[in-house]
Design a binder for this molecule. Structure first.
Ligand code: DGJ
Length: 547
């Protein structure tokens, strides 16, 4: 793998106490601000059992070579509170120290009550005391290894240790190595859509909470469209139970569970923020197409449930998707449309991660992207992710300056049923984009590769880019396997041609270093801009208008 790329703004924790990381609105976007400057998380999430010092030691050279500025890593309840009320922070301190030593930042994943629906990170004293810390149950009364969200004992135990963790970070991480905190991990009800423990059954037959009804009435037409019938029913209910208001069924069960999961998370977040007010989010396992609540980990922070989570957990800053499904753009878009900042704490570590990252930052001003199991990434996927991170690092000043101002976009091959070219507008210019996902035959220099996705050499390559409009007719484009032609936004307007195109890179000080002018075959004699397949490039393009 190539050498570690240089650092970007805010990448390394300073020596003295820094300012508290925070979220800040910028145009239509929300940015993460670290040490006073917008920060893009070039992250990698460690495997669940890979964050301990001795095990992680050998992975650091790889994490550095990947150009990460942030490690996303679990902090485990069972390790930090092995005995009730007695805390052992050694695993946290070692992680923070090691991250600092490698000049990165840390996203803490709080593996508390829930980890992928289950409660496997609850300490022994919680797991083995089922009377005090009750579990969810199935409709036939079977206990599940999932703490029920309907128990105040469960909730308070989690809130207490989480508050202690945040207090510990406040006192021992004065440089703010930790920039974000994920509260719990992939909460979700499975294999049935509703907890049937006695506590849950009592809540199900009691009235729909007034706070939820007030939120629905107040936010009217801005609520998630997927649940429009449920919002209507809730807005017009005269009171009564969940079943009275919404009828019986898996969709009602999911709404009900989402509310109670959110209330539980709210208590944990509130307790933690009272100690250290870092930005906090929670993540979701996504829904397989066609699956019903209960067939997937339901009631988690999914986009169709965002309003329930907002109303139930108002202290939570945002919800986040773990995107393993192939339709990366679709899921990223659904989360971005909620109005929350886009942060992808887990993504498939395939070759496509490199292109997906560029797309997320470009199309949605994402605050971060982080493939899962990062210490295990190999081969093309690793090479290309390192190259994408290098592009992101180079373009961070531009991308953060243009976050949410409508002058930036991301390019990713659209779903198969969409015809090429893919048309994308950036301000006053339309980009017609085609994608090449294979190495071009040598004779095809500058020509769009007609072979489409069929690989000639067995390698499947990613295609995607970020585009920033830096001036009236000036663009900076960074990515791979993308060919762009330009046109005006309306018929009859002057045509758009290429004045110049150059390849280069932005230095650590933000200065553009010219490498070469691209023309002739490289722009198909002035017809297009092409980021060749197989390697990441950054190009600066000047356009002009002609009749
Ligand atoms: C999603 C979870 O959030 C991760 O902790 C991990 O279990 C991955 N799935 C494994 O693919």
């Amino acid at each position: 793998m190539r050498e570690a790329p240089g650092q970007g703004p805010g990448d390394r924790p300073g020596e003295g106490p820094g300012s508290l990381p925070r979220l800040q609105r910028s145009g239509d976007a929300t940015q993460l601000v670290v040490d006073g400057a917008p920060f893009l998380v070039r992250g990698g999430e460690l495997g669940n059992s890979s964050a301990e010092r001795a095990h992680l030691r050998s992975s650091w050279p790889k994490l550095e070579a990947l150009g990460l500025n942030t490690v996303v890593a679990p902090v485990r309840w069972d390790l930090v509170e092995p005995v009730e009320g007695t805390f052992d922070w050694s695993s946290v301190d070692e992680l923070v120290e090691d991250v600092q030593e490698h000049r990165m930042r840390l996203v803490v994943l709080w593996f508390g009550t829930w980890k992928n629906s289950m409660s496997c990170y609850a300490p022994d004293w919680v797991k083995s005391d089922v009377d005090r810390f009750p579990r969810c149950r199935t409709s036939t009364g079977e206990p599940l290894e999932m703490l029920t969200p309907f128990s105040t004992a469960n909730r308070d135990a989690d809130a207490r240790v989480f508050a202690a963790l945040m207090r510990h970070l406040r006192e021992h991480d004065r440089r703010h190595t930790v920039v974000l905190v994920q509260v719990e991990n992939e909460i979700g009800m499975i294999p049935e859509a509703r907890d049937r423990s006695p506590e849950a059954e009592a809540a199900f037959t009691s009235s729909v909470p007034a706070e939820l009804l007030a939120h629905v009435r107040e936010h009217g037409g801005r609520l998630a469209p997927e649940l429009a019938p449920a919002w209507e029913a809730l807005a017009s209910t005269g009171g009564g139970s969940w079943a009275d208001a919404l009828g019986e069924g898996p969709a009602t069960d999911e709404l009900f569970m989402a509310w109670h999961f959110a209330r539980y998370v709210q208590a944990v977040v509130e307790a933690g923020k009272a100690e250290l007010d870092l930005p906090m989010y929670t993540n979701a396992a996504l829904v397989r197409p066609g699956a019903l609540p209960g067939q997937y980990p339901s009631a988690g922070p999914l986009p169709h449930l965002v309003d329930v989570w907002r109303a139930g957990a108002p202290s939570l800053d945002f919800i986040a998707p773990d995107i393993y499904f192939p339709d990366f753009a679709g899921w990223a878009g659904r989360y971005a449309r909620t109005g929350d900042p886009l942060f992808v704490p887990e993504a498939l570590r395939s070759v496509d991660a490199a292109a997906n990252a560029l797309y997320a930052y470009g199309a949605h001003s994402a605050i971060g992207f982080s493939p899962f199991g990062i210490e295990s990434i190999e081969g093309d996927a690793a090479e290309l992710l390192a190259a994408a991170n290098d592009v992101v690092r180079q373009l961070t000043p531009l991308m953060t300056a243009h976050a949410g101002d409508g002058r930036m976009t991301g390019l990713l091959p659209p779903a198969d049923d969409m015809r090429t070219p893919h048309r994308v507008r950036v301000g006053e210019v339309v980009l017609d984009v085609t994608y090449e996902r294979q190495s071009a035959p040598s004779l095809a220099d500058g020509v769009i590769n007609e072979a489409g996705d069929r690989s000639t050499d067995g390698r499947r390559l990613p295609a995607g880019a970020v585009v920033v409009r830096t001036g009236q007719d000036e663009l900076v484009v960074g990515g791979i396997g993308v060919t762009i032609t330009f046109s005006p936004t309306q018929l009859g307007q002057e045509r758009v041609g290429i004045l110049s195109c150059e390849e280069g890179r932005f230095d650590e000080d933000g200065a553009w270093r010219h490498l070469r002018w691209l023309n002739g075959d490289e722009t198909h004699q002035g017809r297009h801009v092409r980021l060749p397949p197989g390697r990441m490039t950054v190009q600066r393009v000047r356009l002009y208008r002609y009749r």
